[in-house]
Design a protein around this ligand. Structure first.
Ligand code: MG
Length: 230
């Protein structure tokens, strides 16, 4: 029935949270953030960063802020909450984060196993809202790049999930059709509701086992479950 599988990247293949936490721990240590009086503890800092980063990412997703503002503002805001008001430091940390985090290699559980299995049966692609300059580095460094025929980023498509235009762009680039394709992702709105609205089948990778009222073609809590479906 399907020939093409479109995967989201962050939190679907690449373990964004583990990799982000690891990078932030290095940054806290290298920039000696614990020496500032306003700094409380590492765990709290990471928690605050994730909250602000998520907020700015949803603003970016809604097209209310630019990529540059997202990248420059997140650490400035986090540091400010710890009473560290130093724009230069914020920028240096921001650069360090952008350079280091895509080099991290943690993948979601069973990702390699499942990609090996699926690549024998289907043509695999990525559709990501992440940026060109980091997404390709992530794919290469975590050694999964070779599984994917086309990597569609929102920057290339000039459109972000859940907009139908990025799914349409992905089909054109890969020579797939809406009927012979399925989308797999952890983001209910961007990946699954987006694909569903476009008319493409979808699998919700419900990593946090959240309760919801949406109806998707399939839903899994582990990538391994894909072997029973595809
Ligand atoms: Mg994701």
């Amino acid at each position: 029935m399907y020939n093409h599988i479109f995967f989201d990247l962050d939190r679907t293949i690449w373990d964004f949270d583990t990799n982000s936490t690891e990078t932030l721990m290095e940054i806290i240590s290298d920039f000696q953030l614990h020496t500032y009086t306003g700094f409380t503890d590492t765990e709290n800092f990471i928690e605050v960063y994730k909250k602000i980063n998520n907020e700015l990412w949803s603003a970016y997703g809604n097209n209310t802020i630019t990529k540059e503002r997202l990248r420059n503002e997140r650490f400035e805001r986090v540091l400010h909450l710890f009473n560290i008001n130093d724009a230069k430091l914020a920028l240096a940390i921001s650069d360090a984060y952008i350079n280091r985090s895509p080099l991290k290699k943690a993948l979601m559980p069973s990702a390699i196993d499942v990609l090996q299995y699926l690549s024998g049966k289907y043509t695999l692609h990525i559709i990501t809202n992440g940026f060109n300059d980091v997404q390709f580095v992530k794919l290469k460094n975590s050694q999964v790049e070779h599984f994917f025929t086309h990597i569609i980023t929102s920057e290339k498509a000039e459109s972000k999930k859940p907009a139908p235009t990025i799914f349409d762009f992905a089909l054109k680039v890969s020579g797939a059709t809406v009927k012979n394709s399925i989308m797999i992702g952890d983001n209910m709105e961007a990946d699954c509701i987006g694909a569903r609205r476009f008319g493409m089948d979808q699998i919700f990778y419900n990593t946090d086992n959240i309760i919801h009222q949406e109806k998707f073609t399939h839903e899994v809590t582990s990538l391994l479950d894909l072997k029973g479906i595809l």
